[in-house]
Design a protein around this ligand. Structure first.
Ligand code: PLP
Length: 221
């Protein structure tokens, strides 16, 4: 028995406590660097929504898993290099790490060629951390508008990873405000340590890895 039922129960309870419909919050099972057997256990329990943070790693396991399990939905939640845009668009149903103009241009060009595009989330660097990817909060409105209007990109969501050493609440609120004023319906925020808090602040999807699968091996990211 995996921790799936436990996590789903905690999500439902957090939603109810916040006066929200539990069905309005989706669990993204973050399967990066997890052993295949653990991922299969979650799939066997019926879960289908997963997140991976590296294109190459996801390419190594998901095409095969998709053949064996129907209805898998895969989200890219880690940084995307422009030279990996094609394989990322082949593999992922959603890309949550749209974090710069050059990447938007590349995705738009490729989307035009194939006539389709994964759902996109703009990643916002809510803490304006130097080392962290994402659009700065002040620039988010203009970037979202440019992606939608000039590049015709399907920006349906917004995503953030708050600073590790700060309370997450103000970051969750900031992200929710940016989503609201831009008419973005999907808000991806909250991880193992703080997903219940994120739900209280409006998350529509939470990205849970270690609390669901167990700890990742220390050598891998
Ligand atoms: C790894 C990762 C997660 C999951 O982290 P946990 O703390 O293990 O739940 C969530 N979001 C992103 C972007 C990640 O890279």
């Amino acid at each position: 028995m995996s921790g799936l039922k436990d996590i789903i129960g905690r999500i439902e309870k957090a939603a109810q406590t916040a006066g929200r419909d539990p069905a309005s919050v989706r669990l993204i099972a973050v399967s990066k660097v997890q052993p295949l057997a653990r991922i299969e256990a979650i799939l066997d329990e019926g879960h289908r929504l997963f997140g991976e943070n590296r294109v190459q790693e996801a390419q190594g396991k998901w095409p095969d898993l998709r053949e064996r399990y129907n209805g898998v939905e895969l989200h890219l939640i880690g940084p995307l290099q422009t030279n990996k845009v094609k394989p990322a668009m082949d593999l992922f149903d959603s890309i949550q790490s749209l974090d710069r103009n050059r990447l938007a241009v590349k995705i738009a060009t490729e989307a035009q060629e194939r006539g389709s595009c994964p759902d996109l989330y703009v990643q916002v660097n809510t803490g304006a951390e130097k080392q962290k990817a994402g659009i700065l909060p002040d620039e988010a409105d203009a970037f979202i508008a440019r992606c939608r209007e000039e590049m015709d990109l399907p920006v349906i969501g917004i995503m953030a990873i708050p600073p590790a050493n700060e309370l997450p609440e103000p970051h969750f609120d900031l992200l929710a405000q940016i989503a609201e004023r831009n008419g973005v319906s999907e808000i991806s925020m909250g991880m193992s340590a703080d997903f219940e808090t994120a739900i209280a602040h409006g998350a529509t999807s939470v990205r849970v890895g270690s609390a669901l699968f167990g700890a990742r091996t220390p050598t891998a990211g």
